[in-house]
Design a protein around this ligand. Structure first.
Ligand SMILES: NC(=O)c1ccc[n+]([C@@H]2O[C@H](COP(=O)([O-])OP(=O)(O)OC[C@H]3O[C@@H](n4cnc5c(N)ncnc54)[C@H](OP(=O)(O)O)[C@@H]3O)[C@@H](O)[C@H]2O)c1
Length: 288
């Protein structure tokens, strides 16, 4: 679905993995990007700057990909994570509302504890475990309260070109000739940021405001993800070594099985996300 020709976007957190993908995908869907700003140009904790920016550029929608994303570090500085992910997100939502713009805001599979044996859909109550997860769910609630025209998009296990995330790192290290040790117990649905950006562009062109889960189809462990990546790269499967979660140094609790069901997207006819295998193949082919 294409946005109306005059749809104008502002992208915040534009230098991040998802922000960069939004900058590439939004124009393909008919959006004009009036501003794409990283933290140095626009800190989402600065309400006056946001209001002046939105007032000047009059966006149709603000895409907020800015976030405090260091899950482990958030355990030692929860107030910083909260200032960005809860208060900062609310600030963006309030400024967007004041400028009559919609907000597309991103949330996380970590809002769930991962103990459910079926995929979580948008009606399941959150059960955040660590400081990062608590700051994100507070952000979801505050954005929803501050902006009637909100799209809260929950994603998980993101990867993209040049990204610092775990899946991106696995692919980079395999390519560099290394053997990777990866968690064989925790399950997720690795998702290419391009697919999230594409669906976000379509969603923001509608009036279907609300909460959406948005991950690739299927689930896998990190060890099997790495094995599949090795196979796709023409490398032997032994280049991925599966280890238990307890063998990996991690400060923050992480859900054992945070699988999301894209129920709301499906009901709107907007669930165009591929399987995680198809997405990873396309990502690797594009990097070659
Ligand atoms: N990556 C995942 O697997 C994953 C999973 C679930 C949900 N999410 C969510 O998806 C969204 C995008 O994540 P991502 O993977 O693209 O993260 P990312 O690569 O870490 O990008 C986040 C960006 O936000 C910027 N930022 C941090 N604090 C800011 C502030 N106060 N004001 C403005 N910008 C600020 C960062 O700039 P600096 O680099 O300068 O700090 C960074 O460029 C986030 O909402 C995240 O919580 C991600």
């Amino acid at each position: 679905m294409e946005a109306a020709a005059e749809s104008v976007a502002i992208v915040l957190g534009a230098r991040g993995t998802l922000g960069a993908a939004l900058c590439a995908e939004l124009p393909r869907a008919g959006w004009r990007i009036a501003a794409a700003l990283g933290r140095a140009e626009c800190d989402i904790r600065d309400e006056a700057a946001l209001r002046a920016l939105f007032d000047r550029l009059r966006p149709t929608a603000v895409f907020n990909a800015a976030a405090y994303t260091d899950v482990d570090r958030a355990e030692t500085e929860p107030e910083v994570a909260f200032a960005v992910n809860a208060t900062g997100a609310e600030t963006v939502a309030r400024a967007a509302t004041a400028a009559s713009a919609a907000i597309v805001h991103y949330s996380t599979d970590f809002v769930f504890d991962g103990e459910l044996e079926r995929p979580y859909d948008e009606r399941d109550p959150p059960s955040p475990q660590g400081s990062y997860a608590r700051s994100k769910i507070a952000g979801d609630d505050r954005v929803a309260a501050a902006a009637a025209r909100h799209f809260i998009v929950r994603v998980g296990c993101l990867y993209g070109h040049g990204g610092r995330n775990f899946p991106s790192t696995i692919v980079r290290r395999l390519r560099a000739g290394e053997t990777v040790r990866a968690d064989r117990e925790r399950l997720g649905s690795p998702t290419w940021v391009r697919d999230v950006a594409r669906v976000s562009a379509a969603l923001a062109g509608t009036d279907f405001h609300g909460l959406y889960h948005c991950t690739s189809q299927g689930e896998t462990s990190w060890a099997d993800f790495a094995r599949f990546a090795a196979d796709t790269l023409g490398l032997p499967p032994e280049r991925s070594v599966g280890v238990p979660t307890s063998a990996l140094p991690m400060k923050a609790p992480r859900p054992r099985r945070a699988i999301l069901d894209n129920r709301a997207l499906r009901l709107r006819g907007l669930d165009t996300l591929p399987t995680w295998q198809d997405a990873l193949r396309a990502f690797i082919a594009e990097e070659e």
